[in-house]
Design a protein around this ligand. Structure first.
Ligand code: HEC
Ligand code: HEC
Ligand code: HEC
Ligand code: HEC
Length: 392
């Protein structure tokens, strides 16, 4: 994974909450590997030893005779996402110091070293970045990681600092021009890395294949802890539902939902990959393409899809992703089949498995049909394609 960053020639990177949720040992090993990834942070400290060298406190990069001093910072609010219990002191693997107090001596050093440009990489909320820049007005540039996923490409200024955003998930690249002799020294452009302008490259496909292999070897899907479903029930699979609800099942089988997992293995014709690389071991795809995951938070519920061998009954975007886990309703209906008597418990379970159209539109489809994965989504048109009628 990190070799891709090396290929792209990254000179400085700072660590955000998502990076730091990975194990410190793992991060450290990627950094001390060949090529040394250039992580910088003023206030993120591994193993309680600021001198360990990784992440570096700062870097001085010389480009065409211009000396750029770069450091990074992790805001307090973002830090609390990594330590949800709020206890940071007990963690001797990972220490996060006060942002402003950590930055001050670094800024002094960068000035001493004669840097022409001071550059802050800020992993902090927008308001915290602003208050950091007000406390330390020396930075010329700041790249803020606290804004929206798709920023508008405009810069803002705090004091003399020009603040830029490049969004999240690597969808954009920020390009900065430096014109030292002009009044407006910096010009910024946000470049959308869309597939119409940028073709896939052989090198990146190799990295992707390597990454997917790594996910498989480390068995990430199973080794990440699963969370009990809030209902207390678990998943039985669409085929089981189909033994009683034959009409709904037949309809479902004819929709794209029924082969959503297969798509991850085989890909789809219009997708621009030259040779499809299977994503069947990738939680970030399975979360919407199989049964029993939380699509937006990307975690597996207990009893959710793991792999084709152990959980073949949980393939597809199945009934239970919309109706909720069906173990209880199924047990109740098995009793009903024998006794032919509707008890309050059986009726309550029937109510529990229902999902009405209003809930579906507001809370179900959009968990997966979000802007990124289904830009053309329109509830009325889409529901029309998957509508199923009949209780038998
Ligand atoms: C053993 C047979 C059986 C199984 C298995 C079964 N159901 Fe049912 N289900 C029933 C019966 C019977 C009813 C009541 C139908 C009626 O009211 O006419 C029902 C009712 C429902 C309803 C409410 C329909 C309504 O609007 O009144 C939904 C939704 C439903 N089931 C979905 C599922 C799903 C999803 C699964 C799989 C997780 C499933 N069922 C498994 C027999 C079953
Ligand atoms: C758990 C995730 C998830 C949920 C919830 C979900 N979908 Fe989907 N949907 C998918 C995936 C994944 C695909 C693509 C399947 C494939 O082709 O591999 C898809 C495809 C579709 C398609 C086919 C689109 C086409 O190109 O023809 C329709 C229609 C659709 N969904 C409607 C809905 C509606 C309506 C809802 C809510 C009632 C809904 N979906 C809820 C994941 C979901
Ligand atoms: C947040 C939910 C979500 C995630 C995560 C997700 N997908 Fe999807 N995917 C969808 C939905 C919804 C569709 C259907 C879009 C539509 O037709 O409007 C879809 C469609 C597709 C299709 C096109 C299928 C077709 O028949 O048109 C492919 C291929 C695909 N996804 C691959 C992936 C891969 C690979 C990943 C992981 C990198 C992934 N998806 C992650 C929700 C998701
Ligand atoms: C994309 C989400 C979604 C999927 C997948 C889905 N359902 Fe539904 N289902 C709904 C919604 C929403 C309704 C309510 C429709 C309404 O109220 O008009 C419904 C209604 C039903 C009903 C009642 C039908 C009626 O005539 O009243 C049954 C039974 C049912 N579903 C069973 C299933 C079974 C079995 C599967 C899997 C084979 C399944 N559903 C897959 C969303 C889904």
């Amino acid at each position: 994974m990190h070799t891709a960053l090396e290929d792209m020639g990254y000179e400085a990177l700072t660590l955000g909450p998502a990076d730091l949720k990975l194990q410190v040992d793992y991060l450290f090993s990627t950094m001390s590997n060949a090529g040394d990834l250039p992580y910088v942070s003023a206030n993120v400290i591994f193993y309680d030893t600021p001198d360990i060298g990784s992440p570096a406190r700062f870097r001085v990069i010389e480009l065409n005779g211009v000396k750029i001093g770069v450091t990074g910072v992790l805001g307090s609010k973002f830090a609390s996402k990594i330590f949800p219990e709020g206890d940071n002191s007990a963690n001797d693997l990972l220490r996060i110091d006060d942002p402003v107090a950590s930055l001050k001596p670094i800024v002094a050093t960068l000035k001493e070293q004669g840097c022409d440009i001071l550059f802050l990489l800020s992993q902090a909320s927008k308001s915290e970045t602003e208050s950091i820049l007000k406390s330390i007005p020396d930075f010329d540039l700041c790249l803020s990681g606290g804004g929206p996923e798709d920023p508008n490409g405009l810069t803002e200024t705090v004091g003399k600092t020009v603040v830029m955003e490049a969004g999240r998930k690597g969808k954009y690249a920020g390009v900065l021009g430096y014109f030292p002799d002009e009044e407006k020294k910096f010009r910024f452009e946000l470049v959308d890395l869309n597939k119409d302008r940028f073709q896939r490259t052989q090198a990146m496909e190799e990295h992707m294949a390597f990454y997917q292999d790594l996910l498989r070897e480390q068995n990430i899907v199973e080794s990440e802890p699963a969370v009990p479903h809030p209902s207390g029930y678990t998943f039985v699979g669409s085929e089981k539902c189909g033994t009683c609800h034959t009409k709904a099942y037949a309809k479902w089988k004819s929709t794209k939902h029924s082969h959503a997992t297969e798509t991850l293995i085989k890909g789809e014709e219009n997708y621009s990959e030259t040779e499809w690389i299977s994503r069947i071991n990738d939680p970030e795809c399975l979360a919407c393409h199989a049964v029993g995951w939380n699509p937006q938070e990307v975690f597996r519920f207990e009893g959710g899809f793991v792999n084709m061998e152990d959980t073949p009954h949980l393939t597809g975007q199945g009934c239970e992703n919309c109706h909720g886990p069906g173990s209880h309703h199924t047990e109740m209906e098995a009793i009903f089949t024998e006794t032919r008597q509707s008890t309050p418990e059986i009726i309550a379970a029937r109510e529990g498995i229902k999902v009405n159209l209003v809930t579906a539109e507001k809370q179900v489809c959009n968990k997966c049909h979000d802007f990124e994965n289904s830009p053309k989504f329109n509830f009325v048109k889409y529901w029309d394609k998957v509508i199923h009628r009949g209780k038998d």
